[in-house]
Design a protein around this ligand. Structure first.
Ligand SMILES: CC(C)(COP(=O)(O)OP(=O)(O)OC[C@H]1O[C@@H](n2cnc3c(N)ncnc32)[C@H](O)[C@@H]1OP(=O)(O)O)[C@@H](O)C(=O)NCCC(=O)NCCS
Length: 241
């Protein structure tokens, strides 16, 4: 296995997108802030975007990250993934790499490939002299506990002492520490009709609704014709020394 950055192999970008699109639910593709910046990752920072390939050049993972400035304190962490991508593009003096996304094609999941993708990010951080890898981790199993506050969920551990959430655990096994839960990381808003289409649900009246795959509830305002959702994440930090 090896990583190929988008600067080295721009030809893989479209295929990787198609192969992994269905790993995230439709609602997750509509970030208010994230989508404003997302296209610039491959255009302006192709050396930090990569795909994991096997010996036959098959795509095993799609990974996105960007360098950001961070002084190492909890207070100075970006405001979630939205804050991180904005800081990465709008401010200079980047000193750490911020993970944004790892996707494993559905038919290749549960084979331990995700840790290789995170190791790829660590390798890129080192290559560019960045002193840490920080990640607003999207906890995979939070979707089964949408009513539990992220502040509680982020602290859950199994009987063996490791973190409860499988994706957070991948980071932990690679040496990362939990820095802080981020209840408002990724902002997604749309009309009620859009939310109904994205989630395959009907929202007959205003209120907070659970929906399939959501890590928290969506607030539906029928009078204002608005659905508003904040995806929670958990900040974790890997050293690169
Ligand atoms: C999150 C994601 C990258 C994880 O990759 P993966 O290939 O499915 O996971 P891995 O095989 O590397 O396993 C990671 C951990 O989850 C556990 N796991 C994986 N599949 C599991 C399953 N079906 N049931 C229970 N545990 C499972 C593994 O045991 C492992 O934990 P362990 O090392 O403590 O045993 C992948 O599921 C994905 O692409 N999801 C969609 C996109 C996404 O949400 N990405 C994260 C946000 S950036």
């Amino acid at each position: 296995m090896r990583i190929a950055t988008v600067s080295e192999r721009p030809d893989l970008t479209e295929r990787a997108y198609e192969l992994t699109y269905d790993t995230l639910r439709e609602y997750n593709q509509h970030g208010d802030v994230l989508n404003r910046y997302w296209g610039r990752l491959t255009e302006e920072l192709p050396e930090f975007q990569f795909h994991l390939l096997d010996d036959r050049e098959e795509i095993l993972a799609r990974a996105r990250a960007l360098p950001v400035r961070w002084d190492g304190s909890i207070d100075d962490l970006p405001e979630g993934i939205d804050g991180a991508i904005a800081r990465g593009f709008d401010e200079g003096d980047a000193n750490v790499l911020c993970a944004l996304l790892v996707q494993i094609p559905k038919d290749l999941q549960s084979r331990g490939l995700s840790h290789v993708a995170v190791e790829g990010m660590l390798e890129l951080a080192r290559r560019h002299g960045l002193t840490a890898l920080i990640a607003p981790v999207r906890p995979s199993w939070k979707e089964y506990y949408p009513l539990v506050p992220i502040e509680r969920y982020a602290g859950w551990r199994r009987a063996d002492g490791l973190l409860f959430d499988p994706w957070m655990r991948v980071h932990e096994r690679l040496g990362a520490a939990v820095l802080k839960p981020e209840p408002r990381s990724l902002r997604i808003t749309g009309t009620v009709a859009e939310w109904e289409e994205w989630t395959g649900m009907t929202y007959p009246e205003s209120g907070d609704y659970w929906f399939r795959g959501g890590l928290a509830t969506v607030a539906i305002d029928r009078d204002g014709n608005r659905g508003s959702y904040w995806e929670p994440n958990v900040w974790m930090r890997h050293g690169t020394a």
